[in-house]
Design a protein around this ligand. Structure first.
Ligand code: NAD
Length: 274
């Protein structure tokens, strides 16, 4: 499978579908990421907080796939905010990954109570200028956090990775992202596999296309223009989640999905978290 790419606001290309590794233990990450790379994934989403940068990095460096065909994302954790701490945290992540650069470095959460994300991002700009992160961005930023970041820094964030799935569609954030040319990356794109995949509308659309519920949900993301990073530790599902490039949801399907929005998060509120 060849995964289509989107072009970020700095010209870097990013696969529209990637493999997320949250909750995969470090000693299982190498095998899971290797399975994903063999299936055709070229983008891997990890984070310092996931504790699996080492296993992820071993799979990447051991894959034999040219580095410039891979897209590796990692993230700065909440206790590393601030200019100097961010530089140190980035060095530690690169070291654990065993890489000399990442493709995307994200601030994992804004942690407004620390009031430090602007300083953190200035360190990211330095890392970007040094070529050690080909793109920089944020995660879990609300539109008001983006407004402030864009006003006070010079490199526009390339990506905002946010909770997004049919039951939490994030219209306001997606509108803010289009204003800034920021790519929307969906975390928990399958709603964490809890409930969403049994919703009658999702099951009906899946039957209609002779696909699985997970596949039609991923198709919905792709057709909205989102980057999606589904996670699975099961090889057959890892492959299934990538097999979504040979069918299309029609207008009726997209309208049926639009009606599933409940406006309710599965994860924490970014204003309060951290
Ligand atoms: P997800 O929506 O990808 O759901 C994963 C779960 O869905 C799996 O554990 C499995 O139970 C089920 N599943 C996966 N494929 C399936 C299939 N084909 N059929 C049936 N069930 C299936 O949820 P996630 O793991 O929370 O999110 C994906 C990735 O997003 C994470 O691994 C991580 O990389 C990222 N993430 C980022 C943040 C953040 O704060 N930036 C937060 C959460 C997750």
């Amino acid at each position: 499978t060849k995964v289509p790419s989107i072009t970020l606001n700095n010209g870097v290309t990013m696969p529209q579908l990637g493999f997320g590794v949250w909750q995969i233990p470090d000693d299982e990450a190498e095998r899971a990421v290797t399975t994903a790379l063999e299936a055709g994934y070229r983008s891997i989403d990890t984070a310092a907080a996931y504790g699996n940068e080492r296993g992820t990095g071993r799979a990447v460096t051991g894959s034999g796939i040219p580095r410039d065909e891979l897209f590796v994302t990692t993230k700065l954790w909440n206790n590393d905010h601030g200019f100097d701490s961010a530089l140190r945290a980035f060095d530690a992540s690169l070291d654990r990954l065993g890489l000399d650069h990442v493709d995307l470095y994200l601030i994992h959460w804004p942690v407004p109570s620390q009031d430090a994300f602007v300083d953190t991002y200035r360190a990211f700009e330095k890392i970007h200028a040094e070529g050690r992160a080909r793109a920089i961005g944020v995660s879990n930023f609300l539109p008001r956090h983006l407004d402030r970041l864009v006003a006070e820094t010079s490199v526009e964030p390339a990506v905002n990775q946010i909770e997004l799935h049919p039951q939490f569609q994030q219209a306001e954030s997606r509108a803010a992202h289009s204003r800034y040319g920021i790519a929307t990356e969906a975390w928990s794109p399958l709603g964490q596999g809890r409930g969403l995949l049994e919703v009658p509308t999702v099951v009906a659309v899946a039957r209609k296309h002779e696909r699985t519920p997970a596949q039609v949900v991923l198709r919905w993301h792709l057709q909205l223009g989102n980057v999606a990073i589904p996670k699975s530790a099961t090889p057959s599902r890892i492959r299934e989640n990538l097999d979504v490039f040979d069918f299309t949801l029609d207008e009726d399907d997209m309208a049926a999905f639009a009606a599933l929005d409940e406006g309710r998060r599965l994860g924490p509120d970014p204003e309060a978290f951290g």
